[in-house]
Design a protein around this ligand. Structure first.
Ligand SMILES: [Zn+2]
Length: 326
């Protein structure tokens, strides 16, 4: 049994209130069917999933969940909340019109850097590089740069962590992502990725504008009733940063959102799902109201506001189909 299925039994005949918080990233077709690095749900599949979810339960908004967290209302018997990470242009071009037609709202969590046009996140540079190069070629190129820079990284370590964190990836890709996001020092990683990106994909600034929501887009989504959540400033795994650096990163993210949209009780989506008590405390101090993780489970009582579980779009059917027949 996979880890995400562990919680299926918590929803029986619908007596136990539960919320399915769905996590999306890319939603679109422009990346192409053969785009192996940029994986996402197609618009038609997304609409089918909204149909399935609507048969299963009722859509709820962030403000409704916030009331639940505050004790002002109870968890719906079967509610679902739609969340979209990474502040991608897909979200305003494709997702928002679909949700608008259905009178649904979503939580769109964006990094401060991309909202202010400050450059591409490493994770998305990797996706686009994986479209351009075979996995093994890219892994070799990164390893060569690591050795050339004399970073002293043992390229054979991290096997277990790779397997657990990137269990959905094949071994070469899992090793590559672990190396880039968790092993190479961030400054060096950005230099290596920047060089490879310019050589094999294109100008990072042009891609930044093409790939992400702008501040104006965020305002437009906010005005349409959606919620803009935090997703860090630099989109690094926050548990990797020192206390001061994590604090600075989350504070900068909060400042960007407040500048753009005004103060509000916003949720935060942990980049890479990386969180612990220290990071939860940083979020609280920076004014966020809750933290969405990537732990795959239904949201049931008791609710821990800094550890809200979410179900990736690829696992949603396992939850809705199973609980529909119980
Ligand atoms: Zn992210």
């Amino acid at each position: 049994m996979t880890a995400f299925a562990d919680n299926l039994t918590t929803v029986g005949g619908g007596e136990e209130p539960a919320c399915l918080v769905v996590m999306y990233h890319y939603v679109g077709t422009r990346h192409g069917r053969d785009a192996s690095g940029v994986r996402g749900i197609s618009p038609s599949h997304f609409e089918d999933q909204l149909d399935d979810l609507s048969r299963w339960g009722e859509p709820i908004s962030w403000s409704a969940l916030l009331e639940v967290l505050s004790g002002g209302r109870s968890l719906p018997r079967r509610g679902f909340l739609l969340t979209f990470d990474d502040g991608l242009r897909d979200h305003i071009e494709i997702v928002a019109p679909i949700l608008g037609e259905r009178r649904m709202t979503g939580v769109f969590s964006a990094s401060g850097r991309t909202l202010t046009g400050g450059g591409m996140c490493a994770a998305h540079q990797v996706h686009l590089l994986l479209n351009a190069l075979p996995d093994a070629t890219l892994l070799d190129a990164v390893r060569t740069q690591v050795q050339k820079a004399g970073l002293g990284i043992d390229l054979a370590t991290g096997e277990q962590a790779e397997l657990e964190r990137y269990a959905y990836e094949d071994p070469a890709r899992a090793r590559l992502k672990h190396l880039l996001h968790h092993q190479i020092p961030i400054f060096e990683r950005d230099r290596i990725l920047g060089d490879l990106f310019r050589a094999h994909v294109g100008d990072p600034q042009t891609w930044t504008q093409r790939w992400y929501l702008s501040g104006r887009d965020a305002r437009e989504l906010d005005a349409a009733g959606h919620t803009i959540g935090g997703h860090g400033f630099s989109h690094e795994p926050l548990t990797r940063l020192s206390g001061d650096d994590a604090d600075t990163d989350v504070r900068r993210c909060a400042a960007v959102l407040t500048d753009l949209l005004g103060p509000a009780q916003r949720p935060f989506s942990y980049p890479f799902g990386a969180h612990d008590d220290r990071i939860a405390d940083v979020l609280r101090r920076c004014g966020f109201a809750a933290g969405f993780t990537t732990r795959s489970a239904l949201l049931t009582r008791p609710i821990h506001r800094w550890r809200l579980p979410r179900v990736d779009t690829i696992h949603v059917a396992a939850f809705t189909e199973r609980s529909a027949v119980c």
